[in-house]
Design a protein around this ligand. Structure first.
Ligand SMILES: NC(=O)c1ccc[n+]([C@@H]2O[C@H](COP(=O)([O-])OP(=O)(O)OC[C@H]3O[C@@H](n4cnc5c(N)ncnc54)[C@H](O)[C@@H]3O)[C@@H](O)[C@H]2O)c1
Length: 337
């Protein structure tokens, strides 16, 4: 990782020294990386995570960091009452990410991504209404891009249940700002990858699946002609966006797209992963029907608003991020075995 990135992340995290931070979903991929960065900066961190089956949560993700961990659903007032009391910063990363799972178990997705979020917002406005709140929404709320790159004014028309549930929570966070004055900010993240991301199964997104297959020397399957493009952000860049959004005085009430200017076809990404891993191969196959029905074609992000308002832009290329990620994943697969 470029030293400049490490320095900026450390600089941003340093604002949180001594601050009381709540990270929901803090045992999952992005949440655990954020938790460790905050702890390193000297913040007092509490994590609430329900360790949902099939999600990325794992206690080992936060190693033996000095963090208060509450195992519970953020939709349950009993689980969040104490963690919310006195919290100055709330990073709301609890959620279910699988588009495929949202179509096979839609009510569960709605429960986690919408109902629990609304219940959490109700508790938050009652207990800690002045806490700075950042919610991790997703590019999926836009659906199939009508123009590229996609900025925040693009129509919202999700193609799967996950996108609809996440959009409900995205809108609810902004509504609680407008109506109740909660200082909430929404980040619509593109594909995030990096250390501590769950690799097993193909339901967590294409990059973890590509990485696992390459590491294990298995073929990576790209559907159709593989020409659909994506932008991918290394997790440290996502952390910088979360930390900047919670800190910036201009961020409450705003929504920001967070992605990368480097956009590549899935075929190119698969080939880069195989080259970086030194193993695996790329095969193509016809689209499975259940995937084609919710495919969004090409997507990449216009993050100009985040650059203007938060001073944020991605700093890590796919090649750099993959090198860090692969080294971490190889050791992780060893302890998961
Ligand atoms: N990873 C990505 O590429 C990506 C892209 C866009 C948005 N996001 C969003 O970022 C957030 C974090 O994603 P991630 O990749 O770290 O996923 P993850 O599955 O690794 O982590 C999510 C964590 O949230 C926990 N959780 C889920 N529902 C909960 C609930 N109701 N109460 C308490 N804990 C709960 C899970 O147990 C898990 O530990 C999610 O909201 C996701 O929608 C992720």
């Amino acid at each position: 990782m470029p030293n400049a990135t490490r320095d900026t992340l450390a600089q941003l995290s340093s604002h949180y020294a001594g601050k009381r931070c709540l990270v929901t979903g803090g045992l999952g991929f992005i949440g655990s990386n954020l938790t460790l960065a905050l702890v390193e900066a000297g913040a007092r961190v509490t994590v609430v995570d329900s360790l949902e089956p099939r999600h990325g949560g794992d206690r080992r993700n936060i190693e033996d960091a000095p963090v208060d961990v509450v195992i519970g659903d953020i939709g349950e007032p009993d689980a969040v009452r104490d963690p919310l009391a006195g919290a100055e910063y709330v990073f709301n990363l609890a959620g279910q990410v699988s588009h495929l799972d949202s179509m096979t178990d839609p009510l569960h997705d709605l429960e986690i991504n919408a109902r629990s979020q609304l219940a959490f917002l109700e508790e938050l406005r009652r207990i800690s209404p002045k806490a700075r709140l950042v919610y991790s929404s997703t590019r999926q709320v836009y659906g199939r891009p009508q123009v590229l790159p996609v900025d925040e004014t693009h129509p919202l028309d999700p193609v799967d249940v996950n996108g609809v549930s996440k959009l409900a929570a995205d809108r609810l966070h902004r509504l609680y700002h407008r109506v109740h004055g909660v200082p909430a900010t929404v980040l619509r993240l593109s594909n995030v990858y990096g250390p501590r991301q769950r690799l097993d199964g193909d339901h967590q997104g294409f990059l973890p699946a590509f990485l696992r297959r390459a590491i294990e020397g298995e073929p990576i399957t790209v559907f159709g002609d593989g020409s659909q493009q994506r932008d991918c952000i290394y997790v440290d860049d996502a952390l910088r966006a979360l930390l900047a959004a919670a800190w910036s005085p201009s961020a409450p009430g705003e929504v920001f797209n967070i992605g990368h200017h480097e956009h590549l076809s899935l075929l190119e990404i698969a080939e880069i992963v195989v080259a970086a891993a030194g193993s695996g191969e790329v095969l193509s196959a016809p689209w499975p029907e259940e995937r084609q029905r919710i495919a969004i074609d090409s997507y990449w992000t216009d993050y100009g608003k985040a650059a203007r308002v938060l001073g944020w832009e991605p700093t890590i290329s796919l090649a750099e991020g993959l090198a860090e990620t692969l080294a971490n994943h190889r050791s992780r697969l060893a302890w998961q075995a």
